[in-house]
Design a protein around this ligand. Sequence first.
Ligand code: HAM
Length: 435
Amino acid sequence: MITKPKGTYDVLPTESRSWVKLESTIRKICEIFNYSEIRTPIFESSQTFHRDINDTSDMVTKETYDFKDRGGRDITLRPEGTAGCVRAFVENKLYAANPINKLFYMGQMFRYERPQKGRMRQFSQFGVEALGSSSPLMDAEVIALGATVIKALGLKGVKVKVNTLGDKESRDAYRNVLIDYFNNYKEELCPDCLNRLEKNPLRILDCKVDRHKEFFKSAPKIKDYLTDASKEHFAKVLQALESMNIDYEVDDSLVRGLDYYSHTVFELEVDVPEFGAQNVIGAGGRYDSLVKDLGGPETPAVGMAFGMERLLLACDLVGKKLGKPKFVHAYFISLGEKAYQENVKIMNVCRLGGLYCDMDYNSRGLKGQFKAADNNNAMFTCILGEDEINNNVINIKNNETDIQETISIEEVYPYILKYINSKSACGSCKEKEVK
Ligand code: HAM
């Protein structure tokens, strides 16, 4: 038997409804916030991600799927959505048409990580990128959008952790102090951190190996090295979060795992003990130099991304069922060969009218066909035999009211529609309404 590659998974029919519901919730909220969808390739030329030889993030240095295609080009499967979005923004000159571009995306990402609960090698992200504004209110908007998605999914116990990395001047001042500080502990740093000490000492603070060591706790904090402009930016972000009633916690050890951030960074964590170590469901921040680094004009930007599997896992753990159960308006039961042919015709009329329908195709017995109607959560069961065909009638049973009637074959579609419309008029059947 051929099995799926390590770190991947199949979304089975019993699970795909939750995905559809998650995706439609996200789409709706992005619309509410006026973000437009962008779809970029799953693979990009490697330099989209491997831009900077000084990049110290694990994602870029250790986790990308890189290969040469048959034409000898260096290709990378996207490990995240931001760089591809920015590449598309620059290549298609989106900045020329609109001063502010608010984009969202959903799709598969690939990282060669050690698989565990909530951490896969192929996973899905939903992300937003707001390009073209340096306003702290935009940082707050992106966080608010994330918080709104979480709320719409019915998740509680989510913590918004936020910090600032300041502007370049703040980070340069902080960088020097950090280098001096960690130089005193060189022997205790892991090889990755020794490398980061040279290239990007801020990233040491995010080290998965060293982070819990005692000397980390007394490391200097960025907040003591912020310029007045950086302090003001961060204060305005927090003020906007407060005015939108978004609970947050300033975490001055938060630096994030990617090298492109400046000013605001944030993470959203779920407070569900069963979640395990991978409890960060979404994260992001401001990245004011990335557009320029990818060859575009200087453009401030801020964004975030959620792990969609982690969102679904969180819903599952708190008992939130997403998505409607399997459902048909009508299930057609056939007794005898002629009935099968006739049911195909009746069902087709109903389907063309927009009703969800199905029937048996395997000449199952009556019991088996009734069971199938049940498994499909049928609103109506229509039973047709040879006698009925001869009299141009069909037996129709409303499974919600238990009323069974014999009606003419032509009446099936209007009969079901009438019932659905009467229910939607009284508001009890929003879910099953025919569009
Ligand atoms: P990130 O923190 O690397 O940020 O990923 C964002 C989210 O993707 C994580 O919080 C997590 O929920 C999910 N995630 C990451 N890796 C995995 C994995 N191996 N398996 C399952 N889920 C995973 C970014 O990707 C940035 N591009 C976010 C951003 C957008 N910043 C600005 N704009």
